[in-house]
Design a protein around this ligand. Structure first.
Ligand code: RIB
Length: 292
């Protein structure tokens, strides 16, 4: 059992602001920090802290030593991460007082990893291991197709939303995970209901309104969000996806996996940061115990 995460590794530059800037506005930040981020790295850290054995596949640039160390400290196996010339991917993240954010991405090494290197990093996969992917790398469709061929379960967090990427990857996906905005974009673009998407399971996260799991031919499962004081929503979807993959990997049924992921995300949004805010298994279990 293992979660293999093929995904981005970013250096996040986080600015706390009185509000998100309007076009043409210059705004002084109230705070700044730099930390490990990237949807892939965040999901790897979330899954590892939630108890899974995690192998990350990706790339950093020549300035990526600290990001790599951050993944390793969280317990992520980074044998499949290459160090390439050029910059590590990075993100400029602006967070306003209610915890909402805006993000600008520079892909850097994330999109420079060759298909051959990514494929080679799948060495050692076992039947029923999980492949977790997002949209901040190149070659997702090829890697997902190879993973299915190896007998893996493919969990696809379709963020940031990109219709072409979703359409290319969807034929090789078991479980598609989106937030409500991404789900609405997909439905509007394709004009089909979730039940008719060519994937077995569709998970939609809706922030304070909880999350749902729909499988073809079965009643949808809805889990509520756990009430917490929201400090920072950045990376909440990554936390949910990583924790969900960890729970599915240890054999949890969908409802149990969804409750586990919802508890992890509730803890994550109650603290500032992305990868650094991912909760430990013990914290998730304690919150689930408290909430009955
Ligand atoms: O989902 C949050 C992440 O999006 C950040 O860590 C940032 O790096 C971007 O990838």
């Amino acid at each position: 059992m293992a979660v293999w995460c093929f995904g981005s590794i970013n250096i996040d530059h986080v600015y706390t602001l009185p509000h998100l800037p309007a076009p043409g506005e210059t705004l002084a930040a109230r705070g700044y920090r730099s930390a490990l981020g990237g949807k892939g790295a965040n999901q790897s850290v979330a899954a590892a802290r939630a108890g899974a054995k995690v192998r990350h596949i990706g790339a950093v640039g020549s300035d990526g030593a600290a990001a790599l160390a951050g993944l390793e400290v969280a317990g992520v196996d980074c044998r499949g991460v290459q160090q390439l010339e050029g910059p590590t991917g990075h993100a400029v993240i602006m967070v306003e007082p209610e915890g909402e954010n805006s993000i600008v991405l520079c892909p850097g090494a994330n999109r420079a990893l060759s298909l051959e290197a990514a494929m080679a990093a799948l060495d050692g996969v076992e039947l029923d291991d999980i492949l977790l992917i997002q949209n901040e790398t190149a070659h997702q469709a090829e890697i997902a197709e190879a993973a299915l061929g190896l007998g893996m379960d493919v969990v696809y967090s379709a963020a940031p939303f990109d219709l072409d990427a979703v359409q290319a990857v969807m034929p090789f996906v078991n479980t598609l995970v989106m937030n409500a905005v991404e789900a609405a974009q997909l439905q509007a673009a394709l004009g089909v209901a979730f039940e008719d998407l060519p994937v077995s399971n569709v998970v939609v996260t809706r922030g304070a309104e909880g999350a749902s799991w729909s499988s073809r031919g079965m009643d949808a499962i809805h889990v509520p969000a756990l009430p917490v004081k929201v400090v920072d929503t950045t990376g909440a979807g990554d936390c949910f996806a990583g924790a969900l993959a960890a729970a599915l990997d240890r054999g949890a049924v969908p409802e149990e996996a969804m409750r586990f992921a919802a508890a992890a995300a509730a803890l994550q949004v109650s603290r500032p940061g992305t990868a650094a805010a991912m909760p430990a298994l013990s914290e998730i279990m304690a919150l689930l115990g408290e909430s009955g």
